[in-house]
Design a protein around this ligand. Structure first.
Ligand SMILES: C[S@@+](CC[C@H](N)C(=O)[O-])C[C@H]1O[C@@H](n2cnc3c(N)ncnc32)[C@H](O)[C@@H]1O
Length: 344
């Protein structure tokens, strides 16, 4: 279903002249990043065109890794001006290697719109992150239920009153990519983020969506509860452009830069009535969890953080065991045993 808010296919179509002029530059940046398994060059073009077309004042990138989307977004932000790119990731690949390779192609000022932070997304306060931006394009490309809870429970309520679109990577539209229906000889997908089968062959199929990452479930859940359209970029490319338009794009850009295969979806709360009641999941930051003296969910903690957590719990237990209450309780249990009392 075509949206009046945004169309992935028309973004590329409308920006085709710029894309043609930028062909060599995009190719050079793509090779400098050198991580084609995470994002193809044609997907770079989708993201780049999306920014040129939507003209956000803030691009928020959740999940950078080596930095394909980071680079495509920063190139676009330089092009449109008045646009910041805030990129959150726990990976240091960008700082340690990609940035140096990209620097050989671009001038130093190119990096100005980019704020590439090494951080745990769950620890970043959403309000401060959005600042006073009015028009936001989010790329949701960090996997897992924890980030999904942050995205849907912490960011979405704040995006509701701003113009925004959220692009979600790593979800395929089976209506245009048949062949993923078979289980093959693989077991059921049981949550996880394609880390067990790195060839992405263990997938969950939900209606026409196929994915190997947890956020697909959270996304379908959220958009279903809120009766929100969940748009398929594959559908946009395969159904909104005429054959003639497709041929023009292929002639202008070539097969490497133009492909209809997107493997991403998008949605926006701007497509609901302003007065509509939106249901958001509860998100509690691990920081707040700690303040409330509850052990934080361990799935996003690294080894150092886990060790610190274990040490804290051990000292709490030792403190409890040395307390008067604990000693009296142990005496009471001994006495009960001696007297043969069995109820606690
Ligand atoms: C699929 S990669 C991003 C790919 C990138 N967008 C691109 O275009 O190449 C996802 C990244 O998100 C990071 N990530 C996952 N959970 C995170 C979290 N809670 N905080 C920060 N980064 C996280 C992972 O470490 C990984 O580097």
């Amino acid at each position: 279903m075509q949206s009046s808010l945004f169309s992935p296919a028309f973004a590329v179509w409308n920006q085709r002249q710029v894309l043609q002029q930028k062909r060599d530059r995009l190719q050079a940046l793509f090779h400098a990043v050198n991580d084609p398994d995470s994002l193809t060059l044609s997907q770079w073009v989708h993201l780049y065109a999306a920014v040129l077309e939507f003209k956000p004042d803030l691009v928020l990138e959740l999940g950078r890794n080596v930095g394909n989307s980071t680079c495509a977004f920063t190139e676009a932000a330089n092009q449109i001006g008045e646009c910041r790119v805030v990129s959150l990731c726990r990976s240091t690949n960008w700082q340690e290697s990609t940035q140096a390779r990209v620097s050989q192609i671009v001038p130093a000022e190119w990096f100005q719109p980019l704020d590439a932070r090494v951080a745990d997304i769950l620890q970043v306060e959403a309000k401060a992150l959005l600042g006073n931006s009015q028009r936001v394009l989010v790329l949701w490309d960090a996997h897992g239920f924890d980030v999904a809870e942050y995205m849907l429970g912490s960011l979405m309520p704040l995006l509701k009153d701003r113009q925004h679109i959220v692009l979600v990577h790593d979800i395929t539209d089976l209506r245009y990519h048949a062949g993923q229906e078979s289980y093959g000889d693989k077991p059921l997908w049981r949550a996880g983020n394609d880390d067990v089968y790195s060839d992405h062959t263990v997938r969950v199929v939900l209606g026409h969506l196929s994915s190997a990452v947890e956020q697909a479930i959270a996304l379908v859940d959220f958009t279903s509860r809120n009766h929100l359209p969940l748009h398929s970029a594959d559908e946009s490319f395969y159904s909104e452009l005429s054959q003639e338009q497709n041929n023009v794009l292929r002639d202008l850009l070539g097969d490497e830069l133009f492909s209809r295969n997107a493997h991403w979806f998008w949605f926006s709360l701007n497509e609901t009535n302003e007065s509509a009641l939106i249901h958001f999941p509860k998100f509690t930051s691990p920081e707040l969890d700690r303040h409330l003296n509850k052990p934080a969910s361990s799935s996003h903690l690294n080894t150092d953080q886990l060790n610190a957590e274990v040490a804290l719990l051990k000292s709490t237990i030792a403190g409890m065991e040395s307390s008067k209450f604990w000693k009296i309780r142990l005496l009471w249990l001994k006495l009960k045993k001696l007297l043969g009392i069995h109820q606690t």
